[in-house]
Design a protein around this ligand. Structure first.
Ligand code: AMP
Ligand code: MG
Length: 469
């Protein structure tokens, strides 16, 4: 079964509520991630027990809770919490890694406010496709273990099939959990949470003395975000709802509701229907990461120094460091995508030039790299001609030949991404009981560096995503 060892409930009571999942006795298994189960040593025979994944049967040693948190949503503070999620427990793998096992969509909780606590089948399958793709391209993310249908209706704009997703995360602690502690609790609550996060995610800084360990907590969490967002940018990922409650403190991508992938390169890309002003557009993601980290640093201020001015100064240094690190990670990733080894002072310029060409020619972000990774030297389509000669000059300066660089590009740039039209078509079919397109797409997304004649093409259609699906 699961190897549960639950620690979150050692935190002060304000951080969670004991929560039995709602009853869904008609559960039917529609997806089980055997590879992930094997990796985490979760018993694969569980796939024959859909009631475990609908919340009907509690596995041994489960201690179900919903977590309290808050968040700055589009910049405004709100008290939130797991309105449709229940954590069954913390599973420990044989090498001692700890993962939350969470049911999403299993019914109302203490934090549901006006919501129904439910989830529909298509958005849960969508989360499977995107999380498993992100994992396949080595981007830290929550994972998807299972999806069951509940046999219950979920009323949205139309009546949909209810489903529960089993989500796996290194933890579900968010910047918003700290917002909650700071604005709804006491200084001791913030300290308890910070100590818990250090113990759980950053044990190597536990030995540092008080003030310094919290500064390191900020630095390390910021570093993980800088790297994560650089990875998002370089795969054309638009998260879509980067509220502080949707930013995991351990640097995993979380909350895959309104996210989507850009086809043609356009920095203004927004998919979410409610993001009218483009706050969470593609190009704004690094800055929003910084904005969220600034909120995190505000929570930590009293722990950084007794002297408020000194604490603010220390926090500012870390937030500035985040921006520098983001640029470094971004360029590193871009070097890989361009096939380069080593570093050259012109790399940043080459990267910017390439993006500009893509923008003005409405070129597909992913496939542009694939095109020059797979074409004969000097035989690429025209907008890139001049850029390619600079690219080749850069290769020559570093003793690389074109063939090796192209191989490098293919290793850094996926041939398949979750393109919106394919994702949508596979979900539409699944809703009608045909899971074949979903399985085929999922297979391609889990092998993203292998060219796939069916799923590698782009679409220029405007695509809109929705929150709270
Ligand atoms: P999200 O936009 O998914 O990050 O959700 C924001 C907040 O709304 C979180 O507190 C969620 O738990 C809550 N929420 C989203 N959908 C529902 C729902 N159907 N029922 C109850 N709460 C929900
Ligand atoms: Mg959320």
């Amino acid at each position: 079964m699961f190897n549960f060892n639950n620690t979150y409930t050692k935190l002060p009571g304000m951080f969670y509520s004991r929560q039995q999942p709602a009853q869904n006795p008609l559960a039917g298994m529609v997806y089980f991630n055997e590879i992930l189960a094997n990796k985490l040593r979760i018993d694969i025979n569980l796939q024959n027990s859909p009631k475990i994944f609908s919340g009907d049967e509690l596995p041994k040693n489960a201690a179900p809770i919903s977590q309290a948190y808050a968040g700055f949503q589009y910049g405004r503070f709100n008290v939130l919490g797991d309105g449709r999620a229940v954590i069954l427990g913390e599973h420990i793998t044989p090498n001692g890694e700890r993962f939350d096992i969470q049911l999403k969509g299993s019914g109302r909780t203490h934090y549901s406010r006006g919501g129904d606590g439910l989830a529909a089948l298509a958005p849960m399958l969508r989360e499977v496709l995107i999380s498993e793709f992100l994992a396949a391209v080595n981007i830290p993310t929550t994972r998807s273990l299972a999806v069951v249908t509940t046999g219950k209706d979920v009323v949205r704009e139309r009546v949909l099939q209810g489903a529960v997703l089993t989500r796996i995360a290194s933890s579900h602690i968010r910047v918003g959990t700290f917002d909650f502690a700071r604005l709804m609790g006491s200084a001791d609550d913030v300290k308890a949470l910070a100590d818990y996060v250090i113990w759980r995610h950053f044990p190597h800084i536990e030995t540092y003395n008080d003030n310094h360990r919290y500064l390191l907590l900020l630095r390390e969490a910021a570093d993980l975000q800088a790297k994560l967002i650089a990875q998002w940018m370089n795969i054309g990922f638009v998260h879509g709802v980067m509220n502080t409650d949707n930013m995991s403190i351990c640097g995993e991508t979380i909350d895959l509701g309104p996210c989507a992938f850009m086809d043609a390169y356009d920095p203004e890309t927004v998919f979410s229907s409610i993001d009218q002003h483009g706050r969470y557009s593609y190009k704004n993601q690094p800055a929003i990461g910084g904005w969220n980290l600034a909120r995190f640093s505000e929570s930590l201020l009293p722990l950084l120094s007794k002297d408020k001015a000194e604490a603010v100064k220390l926090a500012e240094i870390e937030i500035n460091l985040y921006a520098t690190k983001f640029d470094e990670y971004w360029l590193d990733e871009m070097r890989g995508k361009m096939g380069f080894v080593g570093e050259d002072s012109l790399d940043a310029q080459l990267a910017r030039d390439l993006l500009e060409i893509m923008y003005f020619n409405k070129l597909d972000f992913t496939n542009t790299f694939n095109t020059f990774a797979n074409s004969e030297s000097g035989n690429c389509n025209s907008p890139l001609q001049e850029w390619l000669s600079n690219w080749e000059a850069r290769l020559k300066r570093h003793g690389q030949n074109v063939g090796d660089a192209q191989k490098n590009i293919r290793q850094h740039n996926p041939a398949v991404i979750p393109r919106n039209h394919f994702v949508q078509a596979s979900l539409d079919a699944a809703e009608n009981g045909d899971f074949k397109p979903f399985s085929e797409l999922l297979y391609a997304l889990c092998n993203p560096y292998t060219f796939n004649g069916k799923f590698s093409t782009s679409s220029s259609e405007k695509y809109v995503t929705f929150c709270g699906t």
